[in-house]
Design a protein around this ligand. Sequence first.
Ligand code: PLP
Length: 414
Amino acid sequence: MTVSDPRPEFVPFAPPDIGEAEIEAAVEAMRSGWLTTGPRAASFEREFAAVLGTDLRDEPDPTVLDSAAEGPGGRVHAVALNSATAGLHLALEAVGVGPGDEVIVPTWTFTATAEVVRYLGARPVIVDVDRVTLNLDLDAARAAVTSATRAVIPVHFAGLPVDRGALAAFAREAGVAVVEDAAHAFPAMSSGQPVGVGESEAVVFSFYATKTMTTGEGGMAVTAHEDLAARMRTMRLHGISKDVFARYAGGYDAGGPRVPRWAYEVIAPGFKYNLTDPAAAMGRVQLRRAVAMRRSREAIAARYDEAFSDLPLDLPPRGGPGDVHARHLYVVRLRDDAPMGRDAFVDALTELGIGTSLHFIPLHRHPYWADGFARGPYPVADDAFGRVVSLPIPSGLRPDHLDRVVDAVRQVLS
Ligand SMILES: *Cc1c(COP(=O)(O)O)cnc(C)c1O
């Protein structure tokens, strides 16, 4: 039964951009019998690493991807996981964060960034963010460093890369490890280099359903350090020194003593963080489309920038020279001269059938983090929290839906 509804169709905030090729790839993986981690996950890792060796302004050269699928991959090591949260946890574990340590995190993030610090019995030190970018405020981070500080987790908020040079200088001076939360930042570049390569110990990407590319649930931890990659590979699968794929390959290890392939050793109480092959198959297709999908988001952002330039809104900052913004989120901030507050603005857009979201409720405003972790004050985050709204920016947003968002925002604020 259909009931006619006079209201226009709802414009969803973040529908996935999945095509037939992704569906076919996942089905092919299922038909092959590899339901868990197998050859597709291994190829996905090598391809992801290889793409990080290219200029992410341009679409990847198919030959780079195809040769990486079989060959050695890129300069960095990519470790495929079932979430970015898993990647942040494994990266901190690999750099040696443990009880008694402190890890600096921005308050302007999702709870996953800080919760992984607690998994390891360490203490997140929650600091304020930059007024313009809402990325970690390095002066606040510098002021938070103590003799217990072991690491910092900067977040590339909305896909706008953190200042690579300033971050590396801070880390060297403070003597701390850097694990980048790049859940919003693929494909992105900072000072001419892809986010994912550089001086940091590890960089972690998310392939959650709403992110810039998706495997449903998934993530990738990237590192230039062989030892950290090896530790993360071991800990992602029960602390076993060889992964299942290698064991089932049969035969004997090349060279050295005759060790049967079924032999494995548990060297630590590891975790269960591996990515499945059907998910990896989806990811391999999404990886090939990632720059094209970003271009689609760039076009939406350009349209919003132009259409909203005369409204009482602070529009999202652009990257500096040499930066490529991943355009994961389009976050506007209502100015004091807006005719209404943020909550009323969200209600009015909902009434007009426009999906919105809010990034983020700062960590220090959640009961768990407020009670015992947040020290504050957080003037920048508190001010931004009262003003922010995230507008839809999915690749593949229908042109009529884009028009509806533009019209609705203008109508409500004029
Ligand atoms: C989505 C997100 C995560 C977690 O990613 P998962 O893949 O869902 O674990 C971490 N940090 C930030 C900033 C995020 O937005």
